[in-house]
Every structure is written in C-alpha cells, then in structure tokens.
Ligand binder design. Structure first.
Ligand code: PAF
Length: 295
C-alpha cells in the first residue's frame, strides 16, 4: 500500500493511474477502522481496479468539540488493517492539505462556509433538516464540504459509504447530483458485531457496562422489523420512545421511520414506497446511531 500525505503527490500519482485507463474506487473514512470499513474496501476491490482509502478526522463536521477531541486516532493499526484488506493507496492528509486557514477560521466563528460550492447553489432541502441534521447543526454541511474536497482530489469513479450513516448517504448523493460530479455512490450494508451492535469507530469509547447495554439499540430495531406489518407507524414510534423513557444508561435522541429517498417520516406503511427505522441514542461516553431497512 502506498501512503500519501500530500494531495498534490496523490493527484500526480492518480493521474498516472488514470492514464493507464484504470478505474478508481474510493472509501473516505475518519480512521479508527473496523470491519465495516474493511467491507467498503472489499466492495471497492470487487468493482474497481485501484482502491484508495482516506483517513482524515474532519473538524468541520463536529458540532461537539469534545467529540472531536475524543475521536479515536489509531493510524498505525489502521494502516495494518488496510494492508490486510488489500487497499492500494492510503491518503492521510494533515489539516492544511484540506482546509485553508480562512476556511478553518470561518468554521471557528461558526459562520456557514459555502466556498466549497464553487458558486453553485447546493441546497439539501429537507434532507439535512431532520434526525442527524436537526440534532447536529452544521454536521452535514461539514460532511459535504470535506467529501466534495476529497472527491476533487481523488476523482474516483465510484465512492463507497456505509449504510449505517443512512442520512449521510442521501446528503452525499444529493451533493454529487447538484454539483454534477461524475461518479457513482455505492452504499454498503451495515456490518454488525455478533450481538447485533452496528460497528462504529465510537464503540471503542463505550465503558464495559455501556457495551453490555447497547445491544438494546439494535435489538429495538430488530423488533421493529418483526412487528411493523402488524402495527401503525405512530404506535411503533411511541413504543420505542416508551422503551427508552426511564433507561438509566441511555437517552433516546430520536427514533423515526422514514422514506429512504426523502428521509421524512412516513405516514403509514400502506402508502409508503420504502421505510427505514432510524435511531440515535446518547450514553454518558458517546452518542450512537443505527438503522434498519424495513422495506
Ligand atoms: O462517515 C464518515 O466517516 C465521515 O462522515 C466521512 C464520510 C469520512 C467524512 O468525513
């Protein structure tokens, strides 16, 4: 695996790859890699000639600065995992390779920075107003900002994202469409631990006690999947809210059942084209999200 820290050197290398007419598959990550990320590399290997993975803990998508500070950074272990997964190229830039001092200052002042839009009006409509967007102001703006920058550096043919960040996928798809970026977004299934917990870099921050309790999150989603044919949407939502009401370990931030394209709450299972149950839970040490496709 070749490692690049400079975007210019990476670009030069990829240009020579492209002139050899090879297709580039790209998996952007923030590191602290696990089997979920390995599955992105595996999918990219299947569909593309050259696999690029990036590791960059993007400050502009953290609305909670303590979350940014505590975000696990495990570069050496990540490199080893990527080598064993068969990744060809790792891009691990320092912050000034991605952001100008002016952009970071804008973010520090909490001003919305739209310079990444290149004069085009990117509007996510209601996609970034609900669920994660409502609970993490500015989060999706930061995600779109960094992903658009990474796409411009790597210029992949296909980019691979995990379905655990379900809403993120919709926001990125919308961005790619609006900016007319010539690439395909490939969604990869959630990878779960044996007891159902969705793999996440943040899981390493769970205490032993919390780790035991968090199976309730995926367990709740699995029950919803079993029950949705016999209960209305509103009853299921109420049922999950009640389940977490007096939980001493976890606070439910939201549970919603949404249409997979619009990401808005569906009125009824009968009239919906698709349904995804999405959940966000806050524990003392960390905030976790998960989802399950109902149909
Ligand atoms: O899903 C993530 O890990 C991040 O949001 C991403 C897409 C790498 C952007 O920083």
């Amino acid at each position: 695996m070749i490692i690049f820290y400079s975007s210019e050197k990476l670009k030069n290398h990829l240009n020579s790859v492209l002139s050899g007419q090879k297709t580039i598959g790209f998996a952007p990550t923030m590191g602290a890699l696990h089997q979920g990320h390995v599955s992105l590399v595996a999918a990219a290997k299947k569909l593309c000639d050259v696999v690029v993975c990036s590791i960059f803990v993007n400050p502009t998508q953290f609305n909670d600065l303590s979350d940014l500070d505590k975000y696990p950074r495990t570069l050496e272990a990540d490199k080893a995992l990527l080598v064993s997964a068969g990744c060809d190229i790792l891009f691990a830039p320092e912050i000034n390779e991605i952001y100008s001092a002016e952009e970071l200052e804008l973010k520090r002042q909490h001003k919305e920075d739209k310079s990444w839009m290149l004069g085009k009006n990117v509007d996510f409509g209601l996609l970034d107003k609900v669920m994660e967007g409502a609970h993490r102001p500015g989060h999706f703006n930061g995600v779109a900002q960094v992903v658009s920058k990474l796409f411009r550096i790597v210029e992949p043919h296909k980019a691979f994202f995990g379905q655990k960040d379900f809403q993120q996928l919709s926001v990125i798809r919308s961005m790619v469409k609006q900016l007319e970026m010539p690439l395909e977004i490939v969604a990869c299934p959630i990878v779960r631990e044996a007891d159902g917990l969705a793999m996440s870099s943040r899981n390493t921050r769970l205490s032993v006690e919390e780790r035991k309790n968090v199976t309730k999150i995926s367990g709740t989603l699995f029950s919803v999947k079993e029950e949705y044919k016999n209960k209305p949407v509103s009853e299921l939502i109420q049922q999950v809210e009640d389940l977490f009401k007096n939980d001493p370990c976890m606070t439910l931030e939201y549970f919603d059942i949404v249409d997979s394209s619009s990401i808005q709450t569906i009125d009824s299972f009968g009239s919906a084209k698709s349904a995804v149950a999405c959940i966000a839970v806050k524990l003392e040490s960390v905030r976790l999200i998960d989802n399950i496709v109902l149909f």
